[in-house]
Design a protein around this ligand. Structure first.
Ligand SMILES: Nc1ncnc2c1ncn2[C@@H]1O[C@H](COP(=O)(O)OP(=O)(O)O)[C@@H](O)[C@H]1O
Ligand SMILES: [Mg+2]
Length: 250
């Protein structure tokens, strides 16, 4: 059974001038346990919208979403209740963003412990211990008490990874995780994400502009004006589809 399955997913919004913007068009995508998928596409092609639907942060306009075979949204438009959806997301999904989204003025440990505070029933000392273990895993045991503003970009992204993974989600969603980092730091951060995803047998879906980052995944997709298509990166690197894929680079 797949972990998350989108079928015929569309997303559109109404703009202030009352025109309709079609962001996603007929997306079919299945991600299995332990899968590693990369999605490339130009800015504005719908990548973040797609990732948010995969992570149940956003709902489609039509089509269906299933998580572990449970209907999140059905073709009929019937939806899982908000509270159940929030719980499911909290247990199963970890997000990593380009801009880290850490709380300033709070220590790395506080930031990583944050997702544990919400209705997990764990005592305070246990939450801190888990956060410290996760920070150790990402190589930051010497920066437990540092707030984000005292950390480098690469260190901040490692804190963000620790925060995303502290609840051992089955699905890790990374939205341009190396976008704010230099090439070497980005490589190191991706290496770490790959490693921890494999260790915990989590699925990893990465959105990226960077072909080297995309190449780390097992399956590759391209999103173009809301239309998703699978890309054979090997064929792409031999010539034909290369222009199409590198067209994703800004
Ligand atoms: N809630 C919204 N209202 C209006 N336009 C939106 C909304 N969400 C996304 N968009 C537009 O949809 C397009 C796709 O957005 P997004 O998924 O963020 O693309 P990407 O991540 O590929 O850059 C963009 O043109 C964006 O401005
Ligand atoms: Mg985006």
């Amino acid at each position: 059974m797949s972990l998350v399955a989108l079928r015929g997913v569309t997303k559109h919004v109404r703009l202030p001038d009352d025109t309709r913007l079609d962001i996603l068009r007929g997306i079919d995508l299945e991600v299995g346990g332990g899968d590693h998928v990369a999605i490339v596409g130009r800015s504005g092609s719908g990548k973040s919208t797609l990732l948010n639907i995969l992570g149940m942060l956003d709902l489609p306009s039509s089509g269906s979403v299933e998580f572990r075979g449970r209907p999140i949204v059905q073709e009929s438009g019937r939806r899982m209740r908000r509270g159940a959806l929030d719980r499911l997301r909290g247990q199963e999904v970890g997000f990593v963003f380009q801009q880290f989204n850490l709380l300033p003025g709070r220590t790395a440990t506080d930031n990583v412990a944050m997702p544990l505070g919400y209705a997990t029933g764990r005592p305070f000392w246990r939450r801190r211990r888990l956060a410290e273990e996760m920070l150790d895993r990402v190589g930051l045991s010497h920066r437990l008490e540092s707030p984000p503003e005292q950390l480098s970009g690469g260190e901040q992204q490692r804190v963000a990874i620790a925060r995303a993974l502290v609840r051992r989600p089955a699905l890790i969603l990374a939205d341009e995780p190396t976008g704010a980092l230099d090439v070497d730091t980005g490589e190191a951060v991706m290496g770490l994400l790959d490693e921890i995803a494999s260790e915990t047998e989590a699925a990893l879906v990465t959105i990226t502009h960077d072909l080297h980052v995309a190449a780390r995944a097992r399956r590759h997709y391209r999103l173009d004006m809301g239309v998703l298509s699978e890309v054979d990166l090997d064929a792409a690197s031999r010539g034909t589809a290369l222009g199409a894929v590198t067209g994703a680079t800004e």
